[in-house]
Design a protein around this ligand. Structure first.
Ligand code: AGP
Length: 655
């Protein structure tokens, strides 16, 4: 086995110098930091609690106490456990972290903050890609490492730089940054300078919340809304210096772009949060956030439609002032998204090509960003993302931006972001923006974000059709009237919950499940399978029903439930013969139909009627509901951690 393994891809090299080293890649972690005239420990922990929804496997807090000593506490349990451990620790400057690792053991030594010399403490969200070589450099300089993380390399480097030239924390961080390759959002404090925190953003979101006599940092301003509704978003390569009475943000060249004591001259604007914080901490009587969020869908859909419709006509400007002009010119749509958001994009392709005849390509962002796609001249790029922070989608948009600039306006490309977060990275990249109004989604498994994305995409299809005169007024009117009925129809689908609970008892005993659909029901089947595996850990696969005989039929047996989505549409006849293929091989079918599908009930074909007379647009929305409820109840019966399923995080902010 070669000692050195060199992995090369388009944009970076990762050198693994020692294969016995555990490569710790930290994703989606949560960062909170505070500097204040009052004790900050309870604030840090309250902030961490609000970041719990992102998923984590360990948590930690470091505070500089009144005696100017660093006190650090970590846990492999929940933040609640940290709360008990911090009793008696008080101070005016501190940082805290929830860590989510994909590689490497979730042990306390790997949890953040990382401390060096009993003096420096650092929390980090991201990956240091060249950490192996930097670690070797630090070891050569006499550093002793106490973790397997890439993060510790940063704080060791800062320490070495400080010691060598007797530098301040600020200068040492500035000198360290050019040595780091990768993505990071980080905050660092120095026990010998207990009034100041340094924070840096490169590739991983960080925001600064402003207070009176206190200032805060977090990887999601939502974490601190209980204490401050005003915040500033750091841009790429920014460095911030936080003190209790000032915040100064510098860009990569050291130029001041924000000064809290001179906001008039600042380049960055202070954002006042518009998000409704009330629902974040409350499950509103439900046992899990996911269950609450499933039931919030009629309201979320109605609110997403609000302001977009007047007199049964779509207001194209709901996509932005320039939307009608941009939409009239484009010849193709390229959807870029991940996971559930990608599934909504797949539904859009069926709608758009079928109803208005505009070609659509749909690709997962993690593939798009690493190939050289051949793209035509007049393209609308549509990024779909609940969080607006998904790293793969953001990187894909960066590539689009770069190519757009290189073409000096000759390629006529525009970017539309569909997101649930107004102040997010993906929104900032876009020419046009559509905000879904799902409200805060806490459950890792996306539910109301998906159905509101479908609403946004149905409006986009109508807007494109209108702008290119591919849709008559009558059809537009009919579609809008149909959309207006969706909240009610979704509510009646939710009312079938009792029947779904019965079915869940059967599925919960399975090792594996197959999902089948045709047309727009194929992406809905994919979404159903994703939900089931995400939260119940049951292996689930989805196929276009017509593909069965090309391989998946081999999986059909008495033990593997086959879940079928069977609305009464043009493809129903085809689907019925696919069901025959399953039945004749002894497969057990559990079908969701609309009342007019009239599927024959037999011993091996169980049917639940979900709706009646569903239209082309409302159909994928309605049939999503029973699948969400099914996965929820199966997971509840199995007793898994539904809101924070193992190994997953809410917002995938690093590759
Ligand atoms: C959905 O249940 C998942 N948790 C996941 O697939 C998610 O949709 C994906 O990571 C994309 O997130 P985004 O919509 O925030 O970009």
């Amino acid at each position: 086995m070669p000692k050195e393994l060199l992995l090369k891809n388009k944009s970076f090299y990762v050198i693994l110098t020692n294969l016995t080293v555990i490569l710790t890649v930290i994703f989606m972690c949560g960062i909170v930091g505070a500097v204040s005239e009052r004790n900050i420990t309870p604030i840090l922990l309250a902030g961490l609690t609000r970041l719990e929804y992102r998923g984590y496997d360990s948590a930690g807090v470091a505070v500089i106490n009144k005696e100017q000593n660093l006190e650090c506490v970590k846990t492999l349990n929940k933040v609640k456990d940290l709360n008990e451990k911090v009793t008696g620790i008080e101070g005016n400057l501190g940082i805290a972290h929830t860590r989510w690792a994909t590689h490497g053991l979730p042990v306390e030594s790997n949890a953040h903050p990382h401390i060096v010399n009993n003096r420096l403490a650092l929390v980090h969200n991201g990956i240091v890609e060249n950490y192996s070589e930097l670690k070797q450099f630090c070891i050569n300089q006499g550093a002793i490492f106490s973790s397997d993380t890439d993060t510790e390399v940063i704080v060791q480097l800062i320490n070495i730089t400080m010691q060598k030239d007797n530098l301040t924390l600020y200068d040492a961080v500035r000198q360290t940054l050019p040595k780091l390759k990768g993505a990071y959002g980080m905050a660092v404090i120095d026990a010998e300078n207990p009034d100041e925190m340094i924070a840096v953003r490169q590739g991983s979101p960080l925001t600064i919340s402003l207070g009176f006599g206190e200032n805060f940092i977090s990887s999601d301003p939502m974490a601190l809304l209980f204490i401050s509704q005003q915040y500033v978003v750091l841009e790429e390569n920014d460095l911030a210096i936080l003190r209790k009475d000032s915040v100064v943000i510098e860009n990569s060249k050291g130029k001041v772009v924000f000064d809290s004591n001179d906001t008039q001259k600042s380049k960055y604007k202070i954002i006042t949060s518009t998000q409704d914080d009330a629902g974040v901490t409350s499950k509103g009587g439900y046992r899990h956030f996911m269950h609450k969020e499933i039931h919030e869908q009629p309201k979320a859909i109605a609110e997403t439609l609000e302001g977009c419709i007047s007199d049964n006509r779509l207001l194209v400007e709901c996509f932005g002032q320039e939307a009608a002009f941009i939409f009239s010119k484009i010849k193709r749509v390229q959807i870029i998204a991940c996971g559930t958001s990608y599934h909504s994009g797949m539904v859009f392709r069926y709608w758009c090509e079928d109803i208005i005849g505009i070609p659509v390509d749909v690709e997962v962002a993690s593939e798009f960003r690493y190939r050289n796609p051949a793209i035509e001249k007049d393209v609308l790029f549509v990024a779909i993302s609940q969080s607006g922070e998904t790293a793969d989608t953001a990187e894909a948009l960066k590539i689009v931006e770069k190519l757009k600039k290189q073409a000096e306006g000759k390629n006529h490309w525009s970017i539309l972001t569909i997101s649930n977060k107004a102040e997010s990275t993906l929104v900032r990249y876009a020419d046009l923006v559509f905000l879904t109004r799902a409200g805060f989604e806490v459950g890792v498994a996306s539910t109301k974000a998906f159905t509101t994305q479908l609403v946004a995409l149905s409006l986009l299809m109508i807007a494109l059709g209108k702008s290119q005169k591919r849709l008559s007024e009558t059809v537009e009117k009919r579609m809008i009237q149909g959309l207006r009925k969706v909240p009610k129809l979704v509510q009646s689908a939710l009312d079938q919950e009792e029947q779904i609970i019965e079915l869940s008892n059967i599925i919960a005993n399975s090792q594996s499940a197959l999902f089948l659909g045709r047309g727009t029901m194929y992406p809905i089947a994919l979404e159903g399978a994703l939900k089931l595996k995400e939260i119940s850990y049951i292996h689930a696969e989805a196929f276009p029903a017509g593909e069965l005989k090309h391989g998946p039929l081999a999986l059909v047996d008495e033990e593997t439930p086959v879940i079928v989505i069977a609305p009464n549409n043009d493809l129903l006849i085809k689907l019925k013969s696919n069901l025959e293929e399953v039945s004749s091989r002894g497969g057990k079918i559990y079908a969701f139909e609309d009342k007019n599908s009239k599927l024959t009930r037999t011993k091996s074909v169980n049917v639940i009627s979900v709706a009646e007379n569903v239209g082309r647009i409302s159909c994928p929305l309605l049939f999503t509901i029973p699948l969400q409820l099914l996965s929820y109840h199966v997971a509840r019966i199995k007793g898994t951690d539904i809101d924070q399923p193992r190994n997953l995080a809410k917002s995938v902010t690093v590759e």
